[in-house]
Design a protein around this ligand. Sequence first.
Ligand SMILES: Nc1ncnc2c1ncn2[C@@H]1O[C@H](COP(=O)(O)OP(=O)(O)OP(=O)(O)O)[C@@H](O)[C@H]1O
Ligand SMILES: [Mg+2]
Length: 387
Amino acid sequence: MTASKANPDTACPKCGAAVEYGAHFCGECGTRVEHVAPLLALAPERTPSPVADPVALGNKSYSKARSVDKLVGRTLNGRYLIEKKIGEGGFGAVFKGKQLATGREVALKILHPHNVGDATVVARFRREAEACSKLRDPHTVITYDFDETEDGVLFLAMELLSGKSLQQLQKAEGTFAPLRVLDILDQVGQALGEAHRLGIVHRDMKPENVMIETRNGQDHVKVLDFGIAKILSGDAARGPALTAIGQTVGTLEFMSPEQLRGKALDGRSDIYALGMMTFEMLTGQLPFKNAKSSTEVIEFHLHKQAPAPSQMRDDLKIPAFVDEVVLKMVAKKPEDRHANVEEMRDHIAKVISDADGAVKRKEIMRVAAVVGGLLLVVATAVYFLSR
Ligand SMILES: Nc1ncnc2c1ncn2[C@@H]1O[C@H](COP(=O)(O)OP(=O)(O)OP(=O)(O)O)[C@@H](O)[C@H]1O
Ligand SMILES: [Mg+2]
């Protein structure tokens, strides 16, 4: 679309190309687009959803509540007791709770009051929760139930995890050994693979959304919040999630170029975000560590080549085969990344097996050299003794 045809509210101020709602940058020339600022004003979906009841929403007093904290002690639809707040994000808060019928401990994710006054959000919440409840992978948190109370509290009951988030673990332990990182990537990849096959793109992969439990002394990964970002930001072409509001940098750190441009997303966008997370696990830093503003972070995602993790921390002796995997994951163009998570996991398996092979070959050469040396000594001794 040319400048003259584009709506001035949705046109790039530099080249005049049409810019979709939610995009931070012009897809044509990469110029920052200031007018798209209030993400809350993203164009809502036009088709009314059969599951939402906009009239009823008018009576839902929860949407006027100031915070979620007063929910502690309350029972939701006679089924779940809210016991204690675990944490809070841009979208809602997570509480420890109990399923009254069974006594089972659960985690209850409850939407912030300001999100539930919008029928579209409520409809999307139901749709996404329904999609997530189909996910069965052992590395995806189990969604048990989702519902809404009469006064408008929207909640999701899920498996209560006992581990730490990847973010907490990184804070506590610093950098991870490369082989541990590859194992975590493989497990996250398994969870993403199932979701991608069902058409669910995560859209908000970040260390806070990956929990790590310890099972038999090994890391057991669980991925959280599939598709949650979409509930607030809408479909693929609607750009960054509303979770970005007030904590834009937090989400921007892992966001793919196509997501920043508000383009349609597929699983390769999650691979990019996972690649960014990998830099942090390996080196304790993100590849744009010198960026001074969110604009510079975005500029990095759109245009700057990431350095190899081994260059960022040459003290850690990160193997070249790990660089190879990570740099492919964070290629700027989706077509230069792994085509899907299965390909990414195969790549990981191959570099590990090649590295094992190289270690074994080295060991065989070492043993051969020792045996050869011994034989030489014996042969020399036999020669001198027989004279
Ligand atoms: N099923 C769960 N079991 C145990 N703890 C959980 C569970 N789900 C989430 N948490 C904890 O609750 C915290 C808050 O999660 P929440 O998803 O609300 O915020 P976030 O991940 O930081 O941001 P966002 O809203 O963008 O996802 C998480 O960091 C995590 O530690
Ligand atoms: Mg989360």
